[in-house]
Write a protein that binds this ligand. Sequence first.
Ligand SMILES: C[S@@+](CC[C@H](N)C(=O)[O-])C[C@H]1O[C@@H](n2cnc3c(N)ncnc32)[C@H](O)[C@@H]1O
Length: 187
Amino acid sequence: MTDFALFMGQILRRPGQVVALAPSSPALCAEMTAQLDPAKGPVIELGAGTGVITKAILDRGIAPHHLHTIEMNPTFHAHLQRQFAGVNHHQMSAADVGDLGLSNVQAVISGLPLLSMPLTLQRAILGGSFAQLAHDGRYVQFTYGVTPPVARALRDDMGLEWERSARIWRNMPPARVYRFSRSTPPN
Ligand SMILES: C[S@@+](CC[C@H](N)C(=O)[O-])C[C@H]1O[C@@H](n2cnc3c(N)ncnc32)[C@H](O)[C@@H]1O
């Protein structure tokens, strides 16, 4: 089975979790991973799916043992294990990302349908991510929408700032990438 067919099959079985028309395009994957640096700390990927962004992260030179994927879907998780040896694959909810207990993480790269999630779940994901990010680390999230893909209340509570990319037209549907950081890094 091709990766595309696998993705489409899981959209039909779990539409509320996958929440996409197709896997992210090469152009979107390139923008999501553009600022990764092999000389910096580990990388966490949330909602890895069939692994199109996983591959782009590794293609940027991130060592497999420095990459942690989190994917709750058991079919996708098994596929990731087969395709990307040496990477740390975790079958669990991104709500528990804080349990990884990492430090100095350079980026959390999220393919999650974050805005469609309840605020409590968004809070757990963002809180657990920023607990592990380096002071200059970024939470990277794409969106098909026109507003920042983190609930406003959470952005305000956590003091998040962001940069956003130009619209990436070569994706189905077109998307933007947001890079969130804390406006006041902890001492
Ligand atoms: C829009 S797809 C993105 C897949 C892939 N990263 C890409 O860009 O093509 C969303 C992925 O997030 C996963 N997902 C949704 N909710 C999740 C959660 N709470 N914890 C972990 N993974 C989740 C889905 O199973 C799916 O693989």
